[in-house]
Write a protein of this length. Sequence first.
Length: 481
Amino acid sequence: MAFSARLAARSIAARLVAGFAAAYILVLVPVAIFQYRSLSEDLHRSDADTLRGKLKVVEHFVDETTVTGDIGALKHHLDDALIGHDDLSVWLFDKDGRLLYGASPMPVVRAGRVEGQVSIVRSDGAVLDGVRRRWSKGDADVVREGLVGLDTRPRQRLLKLQGQSIAWIGGAGLLAAIVLGTVVALHGLRPIRRLSREASRINASSPTQRLSRPTDNTELEGLVTSFNGVLDRMSVIYRQMEAFNADVAHELRTPLANLISGFELAISGNRSPNEIKDALADGLEELQSMKTLINDMLFVARADEGERATDRQAMSLAAEVRSTVEYFDASLEERSLSVRIEDDATVHGNVRLVRRAIANLLSNAIKFATEHSALVVFIEDQGDAVWVKVSNQGTSVPQDVLDRMFVRFFRGDPSRAATGESHGLGLAIVKAIAQMHDGDVRAECVGNTVVVGFSLKKSRENDNDPHARDRATPASPVSPR
């Protein structure tokens, strides 16, 4: 029983049918009560009118008898008046209380339920609704008191039959409402069952399958659109995860292979202590590179999870750019490059993270800039955010490369991957730092000028969030990855 109750509570069809039944009952019961009470009141009014009418007839005959004194004529008139009215009874009494007319023995008279009426109990036990009339005293009076009673049992039987009819008709209507409601609910829920079957067929082997858009159900159209949107986003995330796993495996495969070959070479044959030491040093260098790669991946992953930067403080972006440029003096001098800073702005942010983002942008620009050219750092205040953009002169970059420039492990120049010079995480880290400051990233190319930048939102909301986790920052705040 409990299981069926839980099942009904969880079933949309059961709830709809219950709703139909409840609506039917809420409408039918008041109507039935109103109809029953209206009929009852009509019958009561009809009984009262009948009693008053017959009382007037009796009064008329009694008045005539008062003049003529003919009791026989009075009884004859009353007998004629009661023909066809088996539910009516009349009793007349003289001034001494003796019964002049009516069935014997004398009835018992009680106070009535309605003002102006009495309750008359006949000898057969029947209780009649009645009225009493008393005439004034006089020497010639023949009739002193009269009773007119109406047997209401036929009308009560009519009311009972009416109530039973209403109950039977209402019950049959309720059953019909439940059956029809069940049919309507099951028919109306067919699109949902169809969508459920389609959804059950979506799995890893059919990642591109989507729910068919309903053409005859506007309520489900929005749900299907939203669900397909979720599937699209999950498909993108799934592909990104597959690509990420492949990239991680690829990035770790080379240093692991180098470690294995180096150690195998070190332990093979008779190696001198210096050769073994060199092999261990090379292996340590590979391990340090792997550690840096793993830390960078964890840093980007935390940003993707929504982690925000803490320990924010006011800083001059131009000053941070100048201090960061000093770390690249040797690289700039080697390629005969210069750096120019345009404008300045003050923002609140994590100084070490912002320096790291600037360093990664400068490192990327230096790699691809034409020798003997100038790098320009633009600091643009755009109202709710401040942009830091680094421009360099180089080769034109296709739009598809610009769109993927901030993707993890993506390298615009594939030749650098073979040298191990870059892991392809530098600009991904820039994007992560921008996300931690509620900012964004952008890459543009006009002719041979490439502009790459990130923004920092000016809002200081949650700057001191005590629940935010500490950020993993590099040993050197400007060490690019």
